[in-house]
Design a protein around this ligand. Structure first.
Ligand code: SF4
Ligand code: SF4
Ligand code: SF4
Ligand code: FES
Length: 697
């Protein structure tokens, strides 16, 4: 156990591990010491001097961010001497800083403004003309105003230490010193906007949000990012029904304040002018606008007729709809359409993993495990490109706890920068190099293994056998593509497995079989694009119903298109890549759209089918009862937490159908159909952009 010391701060005693910075010890005692350059989790800069405190028996004021706690210290954080020093520091900081809070984009949430109010700095002795430099646009998403910059270096550190991108640096000296981007006059980077988020003042501003609103004019909605499977919590700032910002400054959720470019900026697809806002019905060979009642009636009539003549039906579900919608969809398929022909685009071989370790205690890792594990092994995945939060977690673990990261991938990845060992292997051959790591891995206290879509079938068997032979605790993460790829599997959007991986009596058709079957009578595609790339259903005459946000390749072929809501517009739960379940809430409302749950329920009602009350909370109650591993603590998710689900073991004789596992191969700057309709994603320079490419300095 760490050597503990007791110190006294403003009369309150607090016991902390020796060496804890006094600023952190004060937090534990409930005392907030002002700071600009100190930023939890990053290296100490000790540049701003705002955190000065008075320490008894020390002649000079000390920066509390750089002062390790030692036993018996007596500290005063608000003594007259300290307050006077802070006033002076603020006076210096404001020497060249424009006093234009009423028009500054950061007004109302600026740390410098707050400090100036707190310490009542109303006057300055500096009467000289302020040094000024013009604002610069570094990218479509990042703007920099050097006049406002207080040189706290937070932006440089999050980019360099937090991400390993290192796109920001310092140039010039003295009053002329300013932050510069890696390409001199512009940025080529991850475009994550983390630097904007941590900037305490209005120096770095966001291309999507700047000058659109004041913080008190928006509603804040807790949602889960819809783009990748990592499940970052995002707080949507909604004004007049429109999302104008996404961040997570309260650090709630599994991602703290981290969001990648897609989570922070690519919400604009929601308000894209091409969103479908009215149902479409094919008449005379053309899709024409129709009322909701017409479209629902037409769908119900066609489904009734199909059931009446024992027509073959097929359902393709989504990896971005909620658990409630997916659960309801498979119920609709199995109970109303009386078919197990239901599937979705699978992007990771989770079923083989669950056959091998499902039901074992602690076999599946959480996002937090990536921050606390002693070692991690990544196979067949470019984490920084495809799983940005997981990449940031592993990196933070290495920085804070000196964990070891091992990589076996086809090409260079960003984790190579700090990996204990990086090995290259062709896609699908990754497990062939495991033995080379045996001795090193055996020596670690525990291990988390993350494997991508090229590791499937027998390779997962080899991987788990290797993990078992190490004689250390090993946990696994099967990497999948989208926000609810994991939930789609768990909810039973599978032809041979129902909710909770219960085998069904007669297996239905897989997605590939549905595409090739010549005799389908009815196909319902909910939030997926199986006809991308010019594919067609072999059953040319099948009646095609599609729930979609946009007129994508599949919707274009449909007979009825229902305009659906995106994840940001509805309530429900989603399950991330690690099996952690979170609640997401409805933010904006796009006129004319409905949730997939409502669409399914309305059609079911027309058909006289009783699938239960179609309210997200009621369906979730049923999921908790019926889906093994989903009986999660309600209080945890109700308060914005993530609860890990515990899927059961899948019977050993179940075919895991690894041949159907195919990743979409999205990068940091693409996101399937949604990415295509995000103008902001389309505008940025993709760097590095491709999988298995490190950022070229
Ligand atoms: S946007 Fe992200 S990657 Fe780019 S400079 Fe800022 S922190 Fe670095
Ligand atoms: S741009 Fe913002 S975060 Fe970066 S050094 Fe200046 S004030 Fe600090
Ligand atoms: S890492 Fe994934 S979940 Fe998190 S913000 Fe980025 S796209 Fe969204
Ligand atoms: S916060 Fe301590 S010197 Fe800046």
């Amino acid at each position: 156990m760490a050597n503990m010391v007791t110190i006294t701060i403003d009369g309150r005693q607090v016991t902390v591990p020796a060496g804890t910075p006094v600023i952190e010890a004060a937090k534990q005692a409930g005392i907030d010491i002002p700071a600009f350059c100190y930023y939890e989790g990053f290296s100490v800069q000790a540049a701003c001097r705002m955190c000065l405190v008075e320490v008894e028996k020390m002649p000079k004021l000390q920066p509390s961010c750089a002062l390790p706690a030692t036993d018996g210290m007596v500290i005063h954080t608000e003594s007259p001497k300290v307050v006077e020093a802070r006033k002076s520091m603020l006076e210096f900081l404001l020497t060249n800083h424009p006093l234009d809070c009423p028009v500054c984009d950061k007004g109302g949430e600026c740390e410098l403004q707050d400090m100036t109010f707190r310490y009542g700095v109303g006057e300055s002795r500096f009467t000289e003309i302020k040094h000024h430099d013009v604002e610069k646009q570094w990218s479509p998403l990042v703007f920099y105003d050097p006049a406002r910059c207080i040189l706290c270096y937070r932006c440089i550190r999050v980019c360099d230490e937090g991400l390993g991108v290192g796109a920001l640096g310092l140039s010039f000296r003295g009053v002329s010193a300013e932050i510069i981007p890696n390409r001199g006059d512009h940025l080529e980077c991850d475009e994550c906007g983390w630097c904007i988020d941590v900037c305490p003042v209005g120096a770095l501003t966001s291309g999507t949000y700047r000058y659109k609103s004041r913080p008190w004019e928006m509603n804040y909605v807790p949602a889960v990012c819809t783009h990748c499977s990592n499940g970052c919590k995002t707080t949507l700032s909604v004004r007049n029904g429109e999302i104008i910002r996404a961040n997570n400054r309260d650090r709630s959720g599994i991602n703290g304040e981290f969001l990648c470019v897609k989570g922070r900026f690519a919400f604009d697809f929601v308000h894209n002018g091409e969103r479908l806002q009215t149902p479409l019905v094919r008449r005379g060979g053309r899709l024409e606008p129709a009322s909701w009642s017409e479209a629902l009636q037409a769908a119900a009539d066609r489904i009734r007729a199909s059931i009446g003549r024992n027509g073959r039906a097929a359902v393709i579900g989504s990896t971005r709809t909620t658990n409630e919608e997916n659960y309801y969809l498979q119920k609709f398929a199995r109970q109303v359409l009386r078919t197990n022909n239901i599937d979705h685009h699978r992007s990771g071989d989770l079923i083989t993993l669950l056959r091998l370790v499902g039901g074992r205690k602690d076999a599946l890792a959480t996002v937090n495990d990536l921050y606390t594990c002693d070692a991690a092994l990544v196979l067949g995945a470019d984490l920084a490109q495809q799983h940005p939060l997981l990449a940031v977690q592993l990196r933070a673990n290495w920085r804070h706890h000196q964990s070891a990261v091992y990589v076996i991938t086809e090409g260079p990845v960003r984790e190579d920068q700090y990996a204990a060992r990086s090995l290259r292997a062709s896609a699908g051959e990754e497990t062939g190099r495991l033995e080379e790591l045996r001795e090193e891995l055996k020596a670690r206290r525990n291990l988390v293994v993350l494997y991508g879509p090229t590791v499937k079938g027998d390779a997962v068997h080899r991987l788990v056998a290797f993990g078992d032979s190490l004689d250390i605790p090993v946990k696994y993460v099967c990497l999948v593509d989208y926000a609810n790829s994991r939930g789609a599997l768990d909810m039973g959007l599978l032809p041979h497995l129902g909710p909770g991986y219960r085998p069904v009596e007669i297996a239905g058709m897989t997605l590939d079989a549905m595409l090739e079957a010549p005799d389908l009578d009815l196909i319902w595609v909910v939030g997926a694009n199986p006809l991308k790339g010019g594919r067609r259903f072999a059953a040319r005459d099948a009646f095609l119903i599609v729930n979609e946000l946009f007129l994508n390749e599949t919707a274009e072929q449909a007979d009825i298109v229902f305009p659906a809501m995106s994840l940001y517009e509805k309530n429900g739960t989603v399950t991330n890549v690690c099996g952690e379940l979170q609640r997401t809430k409805a933010g904006p409302k796009v006129m004319g759209t409905k949730s997939d749950l409502d669409i399914l329920a309305l059609v079911a009602a027309q058909l006289g089918a009783d699938l239960g009350v179609p309210l997200p909370d009621r369906v979730f109650e049923e999921i908790r009862r019926e889906v093994p591993g989903y009986n999660v603590p309600l209080a945890l998710i109700a308060t914005g937490g993530a609860a890990q689900t515990r899927p059961p073991a899948v019977p050993a004789d179940v075919d895991s159908q690894p041949e159907l596992v195919r990743s979409s191969g999205d990068t940091l700057f693409t996101s399937g159909t949604l990415g295509r309709y995000s103008k902001k994603l389309a505008e940025v320079i993709e760097a590095p952009g491709r999988l298995f490419q490190v950022l070229v300095p």
